[in-house]
Ligand binder design. Structure first.
Ligand code: NAD
Ligand code: KPL
Length: 305
C-alpha cells in the first residue's frame, strides 16, 4: 500500500487536495481539530467537492491530532498563522523520514515549521488554484490553476509527485520556489492591502496607479536587497497585468476583512516590513501602508497579526 496522505485542515485547499487524491484511489486521512469536529465529520457522509456545478462526496477517513497512526507524508493546509501550532501538535507522530508539504501563502510560516521539525523534509508550495467553502465539509473549486512545489535546501523532486499526477493536480517541481514565493508575496503586498483600504475590487486599483507604482518600486528594492533579484524583474508590469486580469475579483485579504476573518497580514506585508528592517532598508510607503492597514483592522476589531 502506498504511503497515506495525511491532510491537516478540512478548509478550502485541504478539501480540494484530499478529495482529488481520494478520487484517484490514493490513501488519504483527514486530520480535524478535535474530537467534537471528528464527531461532526462522522455525522456527514464525507468531503464534498463541487466542480463545474457537480457535487461529489468522498468518504475520506478522518482522525484527530491525538490519533496514534504515524505520519510520513503531511499536507499542511491551514492558514499561515495556524501552521506552526498545528504541526507542533503532530510532531510526535512524524516518522524519521517524514515529508511536509506547506500550502501556506506568504513567507515566514514555512521557516517556523521547518525549525520545529528539523528532521523532516519541508516542501513549500505556491498555488494559483482557487477554492472556497459553501458549507461544512464542502468546497467549491472556483479557479483552476497551478501549484509549484519546491524545497529551497534540496533540489531533488520527491517520488510522490506521481500521486499528484494521478490525482490530476496540475503541478511542477520548482528549483526556485523561494523566488516564486517572494514574487507572489510582492504581488499580494502591492494589491491586497490597497483593495482593503480603498474598499474596492482589484480593478479599482486602476484609479490608484501612482500609489501602486510607488509600492512596486519599494518592493523591488526589497527583493533585490534580500537576494531575490529575479522576483523583482518587471514587478510593476506584472502587478498591473494581475490588476487588469482580475479586475472583477475581490482580493483574498478584502474577502477576509469583509467576512470579519483574521488576515494573513503578518506573512505578507508584515513579513516584507520585517525583512526590510532586518536589512536596514528604509521603505517609507510600505511601512506607512502597514500602519494604515493595522489601524484599519483595529478599527474593525480584527487582529492585526
Ligand atoms: P481555510 O481557512 O479554508 O482552511 C484552513 C483549515 O485549517 C480550517 O478548516 C481550520 O479549521 C484548519 N485548521 C487550522 N488549525 C488546525 C489544527 N490545529 N488542526 C486541524 N485543523 C486546523 O484556509 P484555505 O483557504 O484553505 O487556505 C490555506 C492556505 O492556502 C492559506 O495560507 C491561503 O492563503 C492559501 N491559499 C488559499 C487559496 C484558496 O483558494 N482558498 C488559494 C491559494 C492559497
Ligand atoms: O493572490 C491574490 C489574492 O487575492 O490573494 C491576487 C489575486 C493575486 C491579488 O493579490
Amino acid at each position: 500500500m502506498s504511503t497515506p496522505w495525511h491532510v491537516l485542515g478540512a478548509g478550502s485547499l485541504g478539501t480540494l487536495w484530499a478529495t482529488r487524491l481520494a478520487r484517484a484511489g490514493l490513501p488519504v486521512r483527514l486530520i480535524v481539530r478535535d474530537a467534537q469536529r471528528l464527531r461532526d465529520y462522522q455525522a456527514a457522509d464525507g468531503l464534498t467537492l463541487v466542480e463545474h456545478g457537480e457535487a461529489n462526496t468522498y468518504a475520506v477517513p478522518a482522525q484527530t491530532p491525538d490519533d496514534a497512526e504515524p505520519i510520513r507524508r503531511l499536507l499542511v493546509a491551514s492558514k499561515a498563522y495556524d501552521a506552526e501550532s498545528a504541526v507542533a501538535r503532530l510532531a510526535p507522530r512524524l516518522t524519521a523520514d517524514a515529508e511536509l508539504i506547506l500550502l501556506q501563502n506568504g513567507l515566514g510560516s514555512q521557516d517556523a515549521v521547518a525549525a520545529l521539525v528539523p528532521q523532516a523534509r519541508c516542501i513549500s508550495a505556491s498555488s494559483t488554484e482557487g477554492a472556497f467553502r459553501d458549507g461544512d465539509w464542502r468546497v467549491v473549486f472556483a479557479g483552476h490553476g497551478f501549484t509549484w512545489l519546491g524545497d529551497a535546501g534540496h533540489p531533488v523532486a520527491p517520488i510522490w509527485l506521481d500521486d499528484l499526477q494521478a490525482a490530476k493536480i496540475p503541478h511542477e517541481w520548482s528549483t526556485d520556489i523561494l523566488t516564486r514565493l517572494w514574487r507572489k508575496l510582492a504581488l499580494n503586498c502591492a494589491i491586497n492591502p490597497l483593495t482593503v483600504l480603498h474598499n474596492c475590487r482589484n480593478g479599482g486599483l486602476e484609479q490608484h496607479q501612482c500609489e501602486v507604482a510607488t509600492l512596486c518600486n519599494e518592493l523591488a528594492e526589497l527583493l533585490e536587497r534580500c537576494g531575490q533579484p529575479a522576483a523583482a524583474v518587471n514587478l510593476q508590469q506584472e502587478v498591473e497585468r494581475v490588476i487588469h486580469a482580475t479586475a472583477a475579483n475581490y482580493s483574498s485579504m478584502y474577502q477576509d476583512v469583509a467576512n470579519q476573518r483574521r488576515t494573513e497580514i503578518s506573512y505578507l506585508l508584515g513579513h516584507a516590513c520585517k525583512v526590510a528592517t532586518r536589512h536596514q532598508l528604509n521603505l517609507p510607503h510600505l511601512k506607512q501602508l502597514q500602519q494604515r492597514l493595522v489601524g484599519h483592522l483595529h478599527s474593525l476589531g480584527l487582529p492585526s497579526d
